[in-house]
Structures are given as C-alpha cells and as structure tokens.
Design a protein around this ligand. Structure first.
Ligand SMILES: [Zn+2]
Length: 238
C-alpha cells in the first residue's frame, strides 16, 4: 500500500509542477494535458561502461537461450529494416521465460559502447506471455563470414523460398553472454517504453560482402542516441 501512495503522490506532484495553480489536483477533464512519462526512458543510448553498475548478487543473472535452430516464418524488407520472423527460440532472461518473435538489423548500430558505433546492430525481440518485451542487441563487426547472416541475405533475394528453412540464432549471438541491461523503449514509432534491453558488447562477425549486402538496403536506419535521464545501466558478467 505504501508504494501505491508514494506513486500517487509522485503523479500529483508532477501534474502540480506542470499545472502550477491547480496544485495537488488531477484534472480528469483534460487528461491529454497530463505530463507524459513517455519521453524519459527512450532508446538507444550510449553505454558508458565505466558508469555501469554491477548487478546485485541476488539477481538471477543468466541469459540462457535454447532451441536456437528455429524455422523461418518470413524474411522481409519491411520498409525500415531487414526482418526475420521466427517463433521457436526460447530464452530465460533473469529468471523469466521469453520467446523470440523476430529479429532485424540497424545500420549503423543504434547503441554505442563508450561512444563507438558498429557497422550493424541486430535486435532480437523476445516476448513474454504477458506481452513484456526484452530485446537483445548484438553488435556486428567486419571479420569472418557468418553462415546465419548469409541465410538471411539469400532469403531476401527475389523468388527465394523460405519454406522448410531453419536458421541457427546461436550463430548470430556472441559466445560471451555478458551484457548491459537497462530499461528503454522501442526505437521506431510508437517508441513504447518499458522495454527491457540487453546489449551484448562482444561483437559477432560478418564478412565485408555480408555487411555490404545489409548496408545496400539500409545505409542508415538507426535512431539517434537518447538521453539516459538518470537510468541505471546494469552490468552482468564480463
Ligand atoms: Zn530495432
């Protein structure tokens, strides 16, 4: 009960701050004028590694992924990103169960790590049964060719048939599963907040030709960095 009262007091206080004269009153006739909380916790952000705080010892810290070889439902260029819909891969993220809904790519990376962009960032969008979203962000750098990335590139070609094809999500994730976690938002409209982000700093490689294949479709589809506004960035693992 106490935290409910505190939350009510906070809302009242925020409204009062905006409304001035009507101190302490919630104006239910003009709810559209209530201050929105939807611009305070946006993504992406620059991850300042030295400022990240270590996770509490009593937090379940693992990022376990299984059934990583998953059937491809659809590979599409949806007008703002290359996206792969797939539905079998599951994850246990900080002790809660999620299922992968889709993944897509941004160029250059949306998140930066100590100010550094990577050529490409993959967003693996996981959904819990109650609708909660957890997105795993993976950085891609130039190096060895990536078989799973090639599957995506091949399936984008006109006439490609993805029926009965699978993709190994594990090939698109780094072996080191240390991550930075914070609460943010979708990075495309409607920019919904309260999205859990898990940004893996260990990059995965693609060949130059593979990176170029993604960049040929979207040389730039990354949202600009958003202010942290005091949110904690929590470090798990290495
Ligand atoms: Zn994204």
């Amino acid at each position: 009960m106490r935290h409910l009262l505190a939350a009510t007091a906070l809302v009242t206080c925020l409204v009062a701050g905006a409304a001035g004269a009507n101190e302490g009153k919630l104006d239910y006739a003009h709810q559209e004028k209530w201050p929105s909380a939807l611009d305070r916790a946006q993504s992406p952000i620059d991850i300042v590694t030295a400022a990240a705080v270590a996770a509490d010892d009593n937090e379940p810290q693992g990022l376990q992924i299984w059934r990583s070889v998953s059937p491809i439902d659809k590979v599409e260029d949806n007008g703002h990103a290359v996206q792969v819909d797939t539905h079998s891969t599951e994850a246990m993220i900080r002790g809660r169960h999620f299922t992968l809904a889709q993944f897509h790519f941004h160029a250059a990376s949306e998140h930066t790590i100590d100010g550094k962009h990577y050529p490409l960032e993959g967003h693996f969008v996981f959904k819990a049964q109650d609708g909660r979203l957890a997105v795993i962000g993976v950085m891609f750098a130039e190096g060895e060719a990536n078989a799973a990335a090639q599957t995506v590139i091949d399936d984008l070609k006109p006439g490609a048939d993805v029926a009965q094809k699978t993709i190994d999500i594990g090939q698109l994730l780094p072996k080191q599963r240390g991550y930075y976690h914070y609460l943010g938002s979708l990075t495309t409209p409607p920019l919904t907040e309260n999205v859990e982000w898990y940004v893996l700093p260990a990059p995965v490689t693609m060949s130059k030709a593979q990176l170029d294949a993604f960049l040929a479709r979207y040389p730039r589809n990354n949202r600009k960095l958003q202010p942290l506004n005091g949110r904690p960035v929590i470090r798990y693992g290495n």
